[in-house]
Design a protein around this ligand. Sequence first.
Ligand code: CUA
Length: 339
Amino acid sequence: MASLVVLAGCASDAPQDMLEPEGPYARTLDNLFNPIFWVAVAVFVVVEGVIVYSIVKWRDRGDADGDAEEMPAQLHGNTRLEIGWTIVPALVLAVIAVLTVPVIFELNAEPAAGEALEVDVTGAQFWWGYDYPTQPDFGITEGIVTANELHIPAGQQVHLTLESVDVIHSFWAPKLNGKRDVVPGRTHHWLLEADEPGVYSGQCAEFCGLSHANMRLKVVAHDATGWEAWVEDMQQEPVAPVSGLAAEGFALFQQRGCSGCHVVEGAYNEVADDSPPSPNLTHLFSRDCFAGCIYDLNDRNELEAWLRDPQRKAGSKMVIGELTEADIDALYAYLETLE
Ligand code: CUA
């Protein structure tokens, strides 16, 4: 078991390996981690070395008959040693502090207005919501709301403003920056930046209930063209279907109460005041994952299984009741139009 745990740390290109930073903030942290790691290794080797040396050198060798030796002389105190092992750790900690404090300030600096892409992030049991205010500099002429997948332009500073609607969550995309706890009732700030376009995996890093482990996230970093295309896509409202199976699903979406919680811009802009926070579905099928990014949206079976039983993700707040297979087909046909 122990060796399994150790080996699990050796995956060569793990998607959430914070030791392989792919952005400037994560790199800053890595540059702090490395020297401190080696300081810790040095302390470990010295302390363990002295312990092992002492155990071996002063072990009970027994007398000629194999009996325990007499009790050795009992000493008490050694002023020089005690001063030494007080000063040396203090110096080690001072060195670590000198390295750490500037990094704390660097990572908590708020970017100047207009410099960073602004995204308001909401943590909820058990998914992340992303709200992009209007920012013409980044092509966003009309606010964008999405969930689970955070889209950003590569090589661009991104400033997150984070809030939680229920319990403490922690936003963590390990290759792009460290963790930022999100405490209900407070507003937090965090920075992200990816060097290159790509998909960066992350997860909630603070125990927040039954599906804490299922509260995953993806950061999708685009090149300039990809970013423009994404923004343009997101700024278009889907057209409500008027005929066929999709139209049946559209009606069902309302009858079964889905529209009481999930916003679909252009069709269901208002949700009930007392509805649990629910992902905006306007462009659901532009995403690759759903339900806290644990299920693959490209696999039809996953979404059907979800509609059959949202409790397949423990603690999910979604209530939809019994659906027939025909209902599920209709709902799927409608959801699929939300591109
Ligand atoms: Cu949210 Cu753990």
